[in-house]
Ligand binder design. Structure first.
Ligand SMILES: *Cc1c(COP(=O)(O)O)cnc(C)c1O
Length: 521
């Protein structure tokens, strides 16, 4: 299996190159040259598979055995998911006969990004070790210096994915004092020698600008082999397809007797920001997993919800003036909500879906259509860059509507939903991101047909977003944060030893100096 860029060109990469490269040189994202179809009898052969077994079965359809042998893949996957606390890795929690929560937060940092980043870290280590093994004695080993900026959530998942990995060092910038105490503690209490937390006296945007400038600095980049672990990395999408398969089998095994699994229609509701999580569901569906609609659930940063209404992909809502907004908006135009991991202006992985929409609305021989789709997406993305917006043809929008629905959820509804599920029978404590999904699911339920079952993806543990959860449940005499929410792993976290490097102002040279000092070149 080879991979090419969503923006065209004739470059075709192996899986290894795709994973190490991240973003394509022409600005596009890598996609597989074809979407593999499920093997005959998969539905019987795979039905009792564990997460790890399913992961091997699905991933091996996308990775040639010449690149990673079956044995190596098994060992990489086993290692990656041994860090999860739940035997199912991503268990399905039944809310009622019609709805289920797919809990993706049982990994080391209690957020769904662990599912992908635990694997990505092991893939990096594996590829580097293999490249270095064939080097002659005395040759410098190949290393990777991962640099990223975080406003809280993703940094810790990246750090836990890469801690202790050979030939890899990781530098994560965060705005000093501006990430939540739990998230700051999660990042800075990792004391492995290859992990470097940089607390910059600046805003998150400043941190992100520094990271962008570092990547743009060709000399520095070449010297340190900078790498990114952001959500456009193909391996992250691939890793996430697995829980769609697992939950598909789990829901079928939990149906009341008398219900035929063939008759149910599964609707996946996904709290969405950069479109990585739900895109994995799209790939699963296109491989042949028989699922119904995928529901994009957004917060007030609703570029995607607006797209499915109008076919317009635009940073600023031209249909309703910005003055309507009572929400605080940062310098770049991102609205600050109670579900911060979904606070985005554009969705980076959406470009991959755009490619399929373009492809499916062309005709002719496959290779020509692929080239044409690349050219179309290139045009669309140039327009977004230049004008902040693009409108796709009606045929493409109709195509998008075949697989997806989209709903926008306000902070007010998010709080109400947390409260109502807490007071439900049985009680369930949802984090604010999950609550966005739960709200969208409830809104759609009345218009769904009798045979629809909803699976809502839960992307974070409620203890990670204690402020929003406490705000929703304040005044509820039954609620006790420490008893109801706080996992034992978080006890004493705030008092643990920390490792953090302070940088006094948003100055790229100061950050470079830190990387020079600690990177393993
Ligand atoms: C990253 C994240 C999301 C959004 O996922 P995307 O793949 O970017 O759509 C939702 N919830 C939480 C808690 C996250 O960390």
């Amino acid at each position: 299996m080879k991979y090419f860029s969503t923006r065209g060109g004739d470059q075709k990469l192996s899986f290894e190159e795709t994973v190490l490269m991240g973003l394509a040189p022409n600005g596009g994202l890598y996609i597989p040259e074809s979407i593999p179809q499920l093997p005959e009898n998969w539905i019987n052969d795979w039905k009792n598979y564990s997460f790890v077994e399913l992961s091997v079965a699905v991933l091996s359809l996308y990775i040639s055995p010449e690149e990673i042998s079956r044995e190596e893949l098994v060992s990489l996957v086993e290692k990656s998911y041994s860090t999860f606390r739940h035997p199912d890795v991503t268990p399905l929690h039944k809310l009622d006969d019609k709805s289920f929560v797919l809990e993706l937060f049982h990994g080391p940092t209690f957020a769904f990004k662990d599912v992908a980043l635990q694997l990505l870290g092991n893939l990096f280590e594996f590829f580097l070790a293999r490249r270095n093994a064939v080097k002659a004695a005395g040759q410098t080993p190949e290393t990777l210096t991962v640099v990223g900026a975080t406003s809280g959530d993703t940094g810790s998942a990246a750090i836990y994915g890469l801690r202790g990995k050979e030939n890899v060092s990781i530098f994560i910038l965060h705005p000093k004092g501006r990430v939540s105490p739990i998230q700051e503690a999660q990042m800075t209490t990792v004391t492995d020698a290859n992990v470097h937390n940089i607390a910059v006296k600046a805003t998150f945007d400043d941190c992100q600008d520094i990271v962008k400038a570092l990547f743009a600095d060709k000399v520095f980049n070449a010297k340190h082999h900078l790498g990114a672990v952001n959500s456009i990395n193909w391996a992250r999408i691939l890793a996430q397809t697995v829980y769609y398969f697992l939950s598909f089998f789990h829901i079928r095994s939990q149906l009341p007797t008398g219900t035929s699994p063939e008759n149910i229609d599964i609707q996946y509701v996904v709290p969405t920001g950069n479109f990585g999580d739900i895109l994995a569901g799209y790939y699963a569906k296109k491989m042949g997993l028989p699922i119904g609609k995928l529901v994009v659930a957004t917060n007030a940063n609703d570029i995607l919800a607006r797209f499915w209404k109008s076919g317009k992909y635009e940073k600023v809502d031209s249909g309703s003036p910005a003055t309507q907004s009572v929400i605080s908006v940062d310098a770049s135009g991102v609205k600050e909500t109670l579900s911060p991991a979904m606070d985005i202006l554009v969705s980076s992985n959406f470009e991959r879906l755009l490619w399929y929409l373009a492809y499916e609305t062309t005709s002719g021989p496959v290779e020509e259509r692929q080239l044409e789709a690349g050219a179309i997406v290139n045009g669309w993305m140039n327009k977004v860059k230049a004008e902040g917006r693009v409108e796709v043809p009606v045929a493409a929008l109709e195509q998008a509507r075949k697989d997806f629905l989209a709903e926008r959820v306000s902070d007010k509804e998010t709080l109400q939903t947390i409260k109502s599920f807490f007071n439900g029978q049985p009680s369930y404590v949802a984090d604010p991101h999950t609550a966005v999904g739960l709200t969208a699911a409830r809104r759609l339920a009345p218009q769904n047909s009798e045979n629809v079952r909803q699976i809502i993806l839960s992307t974070a543990h409620p203890a990670k977003f204690s402020e929003a959860v406490s705000k929703a449940l304040e005044g509820s005499s039954k609620f006790n944060f420490e008893r109801d929410v706080l996992p034992t792993e978080f006890h004493g976290l705030l008092e643990k030893e920390r490792s953090v490097i302070d940088v006094d102002r948003p100055d790229i040279d100061l950050v470079k100096a830190v990387i020079e000092r600690f990177a393993t070149v």
